[in-house]
Design a protein around this ligand. Sequence first.
Ligand SMILES: Cc1cc2nc3c(=O)[nH]c(=O)nc-3n(C[C@H](O)[C@H](O)[C@H](O)COP(=O)(O)OP(=O)(O)OC[C@H]3O[C@@H](n4cnc5c(N)ncnc54)[C@H](O)[C@@H]3O)c2cc1C
Length: 307
Amino acid sequence: MYDLIIIGGGPAGVAAGVYAARKHLKTVLIAEEIGGQSVVSEGIENWIGSPRVHGGELAKLFRAHLDAVKGDIVTLALGERVSSLAKIEGAFKATVKNGDGYRAKAVLVATGAGRRKLDVPGAEKFENKGVTYCASCDGPLFSGMDVAVVGGGNAGFETALQLLAYAKSVTLIHRHEEFKADAVTVKKASAHPNMHLIRNAEPTEVMGEQFVTGMKYRDKDSGEVKELPVTGIFVEAGVIPNTDFAEGLVELDSIKRIKVDPHNQRTSVEGVWAAGDCTDELYHQNNIAAGDGVKALEDIYLWIKVQ
Ligand SMILES: Cc1cc2nc3c(=O)[nH]c(=O)nc-3n(C[C@H](O)[C@H](O)[C@H](O)COP(=O)(O)OP(=O)(O)OC[C@H]3O[C@@H](n4cnc5c(N)ncnc54)[C@H](O)[C@@H]3O)c2cc1C
């Protein structure tokens, strides 16, 4: 029986793991791997304290930090995927894929999310070679270039607004006539002279040689396939939170993110906290996820001590 189960090895889970070790909370950190989503990034330029760090290097630093502090307080259960989380006899049990179970008084869910991928020929081949899923990370690399944004929700328009600060032009492509984004955001972006909107159209192919050179899309009104010459394609087609195993235990929002109290990261169930991209947190960044993990841990520590 542990004090705490942390599920996830991204910045939220690792930050919580470091704090758990320092606070001597007997913890098991279960994760498929240490590092999280940005492990694939060629260069993270906003991780505070590092002007630029490769995602793989950041993952190594996370692991080194855990190894330096974990002692016999924090156990790492890596290469494991939690398949269910349940409340049993005054504690919580996390069951992993091979059937093993871990029990603890408290649980921190920090399992992040995956981006909904652009599912057309060429999209996977040119990922990180022009196709990207993070404007605040990669946007500045496209200064002075023509870029496209796929997705007409708030994330798509906010991405377009960010990109308009440095791109030569931004073309937003949306598969319906009406945009899902707030009218005020649409109006603000549309007013920019370098902003172009394509409605009722869907991408059909990413074109390129070594890097992206353009995107083909189908005009749904005419059926015609057209070409858009761009060197960057920012996909904002939504995220898929990794929360399946917690469904039925904690309250989720309409897109399956775990609802939390932003003051302390508590979920709807006493004894369960959540941090980072798996929550209904508005902004998704490494520093924010780490901060959420720390905030949760501070609250978990106090909660455990008064049990
Ligand atoms: C390509 C890319 C580049 C990015 N670049 C930047 C950047 O430059 N700067 C920035 O601030 N942000 C960047 N982001 C966003 C940033 O990576 C995320 O906001 C951050 O990783 C969220 O951290 P997290 O700990 O909440 O979750 P994640 O990083 O998603 O980590 C989730 C962890 O949980 C594990 N896990 C998931 N499900 C289970 C399960 N069922 N059982 C066990 N373990 C599980 C995963 O293996 C992983 O260890 C980028 C994102 C992407 C996709």
